[in-house]
Design a protein around this ligand. Structure first.
Ligand code: SF4
Length: 762
């Protein structure tokens, strides 16, 4: 009664609810939610790798707060990191194993789920060979889990058809590093953002996708020149001293053109080139195809600006080039990465403070997949096909050499194609959601229906999990322990804060337990293993003396130091800031980097009369990938509740639409309806942008299946589409673009690379 009266009179200040009390870690904090303990961890979303603490009260995660001492983020977090604890108790969790009976998922025990899947895997292996089982994993697991999964798949199931969704974002960077420098491995450090004089951001909208990195640039006392190269004036372009609105998919030509100018002007670092590279003469000859006026015609960047960009590259002591999906997600992604590396090798901007070609990773542990063995390599960046390498690896893990795969298996897109052809009969998908994230969705869905068995292992009931015959219910971030490695090779410790909900288990436990259903496999591979640290200790042994050397890392060191950057060993007990300094040789046979001759081609799917616009897809800061983890987090969904399409004001005028109207988009492959319009000058005429997160407006219905022939990465970034408004249901008219016709070697239009043309070169 008194409470009601106080409420009525406006005196009720809800003291209990809003009472603050002092917390020794974070100062004043809500008394009601004051944690019993803070558990040190790292963010499980993006590859920036922020350190954080999870606040736990009564066994529930109530807070995430940035670790004030962690080098990467110094206490800050982006909106996703700040609300990550809410993902643990999402309504979208799968809380126990599921088996589909008559088209409906039924609860099952682990034993039933394991028996069903293992018996089918064995039948399929017997009837069609072991390689008829394919596996697609993620960049979301912990390194210990990736290592365990890779070991089980490659040595236990005996299939090399094992790739990750990392091929959808980072494969071109991996292949580019390998073909130019001899090994995968990001070259630089976040500290280089703080030390560079000039920073090129190429196809990298870090303000949305890696927001904490902008703080490292802000700390740079040199007041660096920031040059943003992007067809879209993204949020990141607002940081730029020079914004270069390049025509879509002409970045390779731009970097060839800049290399031409550097050589023409004699601006190369001859001493560095002679001592550290091969291929200079051949490159100089090859670049005669890329004179400035020609490159200006291709890229839409005028000659004067090309000279200015080249001058920026050579007139400063320290130049850093960072890129993300704008470069990687291309049918010539690998070669574009190498064209960027060429320029750094020519100018000697590598291996020193503030320099380097630097790929910024998408997912929290994309690096863990790359290092622990999948389609691209055996664990520890070991190449397939070398008997001595196979022998050494077999000895290290104490298995017969004849079970070590001798060649790489299918890449992601090739796995899909092999299902289509009937060569792969069972697919095990781990922590990824291709039914939203892969290109050409109608085709993919038809292909998946051909499978005898689809198994999905996930913490969330994703679109792909809904289609699965069996679902392995996994624990998620905060419920399990291990390590993540971020974009700058920094291995971070992630501790377990709460118990896994329901009948879920860590991915480590799922795989180790599953191995017991295959005769002799558990005894051979995981005999003494009980905890993730057992996998970590073996991984340290495997990586010793490799470039990605973890041998000196311990969990304790990671917690004390806020992560450690590999290589870390006896000589480098606190890790290594950057690769290819004078004491770290390139990983080629002669220890020299390769200057490569690389060619630009016109668009994989050119605009045409039926589809006269270019669709660019990407991400937004408020959502994560296909929203399996963020769909149930109120604050993120309030900020970005649905997809939208950015349309240039000129095109909007012709279509007679304004911001807030709804519109349809179509391509050769399909049509999506009801996408809200944002009219903005951030996209050029005849260009649109749509975020890819949303299954309600499934933009990958439209995207094309062209792939980089070396990395297998899809060309997500350019798709020819049409827009359909109420006033103009037939859409826009085609404005023919004049593409340069001067370059001798590309007289014929490149038509994209189809699945069957993917090579196994890199
Ligand atoms: Fe997490 Fe990336 Fe945000 Fe840092 S920037 S909090 S790692 S999502």
């Amino acid at each position: 009664m008194i409470k009601k009266l106080k409420d009525f009179l406006g005196f009720d200040i809800q003291e209990k609810k809003y009472k603050l009390s002092h917390d020794p870690m974070f100062g004043m904090i809500s008394d009601e939610k004051k944690p019993d303990k803070w558990v040190q961890s790292a963010c499980g979303y993006c590859g920036v790798g922020c350190g954080l603490y999870i606040g736990v009260k009564d066994g529930k995660a109530l807070y995430t707060k940035g670790d004030p001492k962690h080098f990467v983020n110094k206490g800050t977090l982006c909106p996703k990191g700040l609300s990550e604890h809410q993902s643990i108790n999402s309504k979208n969790r799968v809380t126990n194993p599921l088996i589909k009976v008559d088209g409906v998922h039924q609860d099952a025990s682990w034993d039933e789920a394991y028996k069903k899947v293992s018996s089918e895997f064995k039948r399929i292996a017997k009837e069609h060979g072991q390689k008829a089982v394919g596996v697609i994993s993620s960049g979301q697991l912990l390194t210990e889990e990736f290592y365990t999964l890779g070991k089980f798949v490659q040595l236990g199931l005996g299939t090399n058809n094992y790739d990750g969704n990392t091929t959808l974002c980072m494969a071109s960077a991996v292949s580019g590093y390998k073909q130019s420098l001899g090994s995968d491995g990001p070259v630089s450090s976040y500290e280089d953002f703080e030390k560079a004089n000039t920073i090129f951001l190429i196809g990298a909208n870090i303000a949305d996708n890696h927001p904490i990195l902008t703080l490292h640039i802000a700390k740079n006392k040199n007041k660096p020149r920031i040059i943003v190269i992007d067809p879209r004036a993204s949020k990141t372009s607002q940081m730029a001293d020079i914004f270069v609105p390049i025509k879509p998919r002409t970045d390779l030509a731009l970097f060839n053109g800049l290399a031409y100018i550097v050589m023409e002007q004699g601006w190369e670092d001859e001493g560095y080139i002679t001592a550290n590279t091969n291929g200079y003469k051949e490159l100089k000859k090859h670049l005669q195809n890329y004179p400035p006026q020609e490159v200006a015609n291709i890229t839409g960047i005028d000659v004067k600006m090309l000279y200015e960009l080249a001058r920026q590259f050579v007139s400063q002591d320290a130049v850093l080039s960072a890129w993300t999906m704008g470069v990687n997600q291309s049918f010539m992604g690998t070669d574009t990465v190498s064209a960027i590396i060429n320029l750094h090798l020519l100018t000697g901007h590598i291996g020193r403070e503030g320099t380097g070609p630097f790929s910024i990773t998408g997912q929290c542990n994309a690096m863990g997949t790359r290092e622990s063995g999948f389609t691209s390599s055996l664990p520890g960046y070991r190449n397939f096909g070398d008997p001595l390498v196979a022998k050494e690896y077999a000895q290290l893990v104490n298995v017969p050499q004849d079970i070590i795969p001798t060649e790489r298996g299918h890449k992601y897109a090739e796995i899909v194609e092999a299902i289509d052809k009937g060569e792969i009969k069972a697919l095990w998908i781990v922590a990824t959601n291709p039914l939203v994230s892969f290109v050409n969705q109608d085709k993919l869905r038809k292909i998946f229906k051909k499978l005898d068995l689809l198994v999905v292992q996930d913490a969330f009931y994703s679109d792909t999990a809904r289609m699965a015959d069996v679902v392995f219910s996994a624990a998620t971030w905060g419920e399990k322990e291990g390590t993540y490695t971020n974009s700058e090779r920094r291995c971070n410790r992630a501790n377990k804060a709460v118990e896994p909900i329901g009948d879920t288990k860590s991915d480590f436990d799922i795989i180790v337990d599953f191995s017991k259903y295959f005769y002799g496999v558990h005894e051979l591979l995981f005999k003494e293993w009980g905890k993730p640290i057992d996998a970590f200790n073996e991984f340290k042994k495997i990586t010793k003396d490799q470039l990605c050397d973890y041998s000196g890392i311990t969990y304790e060191l990671l917690e004390e130091n806020g992560g450690i950057q590999w290589p870390c060993n006896e000589q480098r007990p606190l890790g290594t800031k950057r690769l290819y300094s004078p004491d770290i040789a390139f990983r080629t046979k002669d220890q020299k980097a390769k200057l490569l001759c690389l060619d630009w081609y016109p668009m994989a799917e050119p605009q045409n009369a039926d589809f006269p616009l270019i669709l660019n897809t990407g991400r937004t800061v408020e959502q994560w990938h296909t929203r399996t983890k963020t769909a149930d987090i109120g604050i993120l969904n309030d900020l970005a509740p649905e997809a939208w399409v950015d349309i240039n004001p000129n095109d909007a005028k012709i279509l007679e639409v304004k911001s807030g109207d709804r519109i349809a988009l179509s391509s050769k492959r399909g049509r999506i309806e009801d996408v809200v319009v944002r009219v903005t000058g951030s996209v050029a005429p005849s260009n649109v942008f749509v975020p890819f997160h949303f299954n309600t407006q499934l933009i990958n219905t439209l995207t094309n299946d062209s792939f980089c022939p070396k990395s297998g990465e899809p060309n997500f970034k350019q798709t020819a589409i049409q827009l359909h408004s109420k006033a103009k249901p037939d859409g826009l008219e085609f404005q023919e673009q004049v593409v340069s016709g001067e370059i001798e070697h590309i007289k014929t239009v490149f038509e994209g690379v189809k699945l069957h043309e993917l090579s196994k070169v890199v």
